[in-house]
Design a protein around this ligand. Structure first.
Ligand SMILES: Nc1ncnc2c1ncn2[C@@H]1O[C@H](COP(=O)(O)OP(=O)(O)OP(=O)(O)O)[C@@H](O)[C@H]1O
Length: 275
């Protein structure tokens, strides 16, 4: 059985709006997966069910053998940590350090373990110099790293990142890639919602595409980004380099610059452009 499974899950908000319909997906330990799709497709609603913030209206979410319906959000959040889309929804302490300490302290970790986790999380996210600062005085991009560190410090098996690249510059986006790699190396499952297709191509192999409350594809990134029907349905853009390859009629499923260079070397002199 997979570590985390959503089994034919539907979710209706209290106002009766059905945001997710018959969604199934599963994740193994040590996997990193991107969830992409148009605005309002149901991505955030889906991941909130993964850490017990909400419970499915129909269907089951099973985490490490536990059905979320039978456990409290506090119990489930020991297994799955969720970094909110908007850091201001998550931050409420007066220093960065106390913000990061809150999670592991709440989980009952020893003082020694709390300090170790805080140090490790702050180092990995590059915020050690900010530990004594009030988080509200930080720019949005740094607040996001504070919230990521807060969840890393809880040492959950799974970490969900909701839109981590929003508002980040290229250096920060590179750091996010390093953070994800490092957590995956430790055997953690990383699930990331993003609208940044270049970030997906550079950091993930498996991609889940959602459109209109449902999963429309769950496969390797190459199959996703060269399936024009799915891209259209989910209102997604091919990565720039893939679009160039497509426009040049190169007949290869290129996703990055290195692949493009190889293809151009093979086909030099034979490129036919259709505009
Ligand atoms: N509290 C709520 N009550 C009612 N409807 C909601 C609520 N929260 C979200 N929705 C609706 O549910 C649908 C799915 O929202 P959700 O945030 O899951 O989508 P998303 O794919 O994450 O979108 P985005 O990429 O814009 O964040 C949207 O139509 C949204 O307006």
């Amino acid at each position: 059985m997979s570590f985390l499974t959503l089994n034919d899950v539907t979710y209706c908000y209290p106002n009766g709006f059905k945001a997710v319909e018959n969604v199934s997906m599963s994740f193994e330990k040590g996997e990193s997966v991107a969830i992409v799709g148009q605005n309002g497709a149901g991505k955030t609603t889906t991941v909130k069910m993964m850490n017990g913030l909400t419970k499915p209206t129909q269907g089951d979410v099973i985490i490490d053998g536990l059905n979320t319906k039978a456990y409290t959000t506090a119990q489930i959040s020991r297994k799955v940590g969720y970094v909110f889309q908007n850091p201001d929804d998550q931050i409420f302490h007066e220093t960065v350090k106390s913000e990061i300490r809150f999670g592991p302290k709440n989980l009952g970790f020893s003082e020694e373990k709390i300090e170790e986790n805080v140090r490790k999380a702050a180092e990995l996210t590059g915020i050690v110099p900010l530990l004594d600062i009030h988080p509200y005085n930080l720019p949005y991009s740094m607040k996001k790293f504070v919230t990521i560190a807060s969840v890393i410090a809880m040492d959950t098996d799974t970490i969900i990142l909701d839109e981590p690249t929003a508002g980040q510059d290229s250096q920060a986006i590179k750091r996010l890639g390093v953070i994800i790699d490092s957590l995956v190396q430790e055997g953690k499952t990383i699930i990331t919602i993003t609208h940044d297709m270049e970030f997906v191509v550079n950091n993930f192999e498996r991609v889940i595409v959602m459109a209109n409350k449902r999963v429309v594809q769950d496969s390797h990134k190459e199959e996703v980004f060269w399936n024009h029907g799915v891209l259209e349905e989910a209102m997604l853009k091919q990565p720039h380099i893939s679009r160039l390859c497509h426009t040049l009629n190169l007949n290869e499923k290129v996703l990055d610059i290195n692949q493009m260079i190889d293809v151009l070397k093979k086909t030099s002199g034979k490129v036919k452009v259709t505009l």
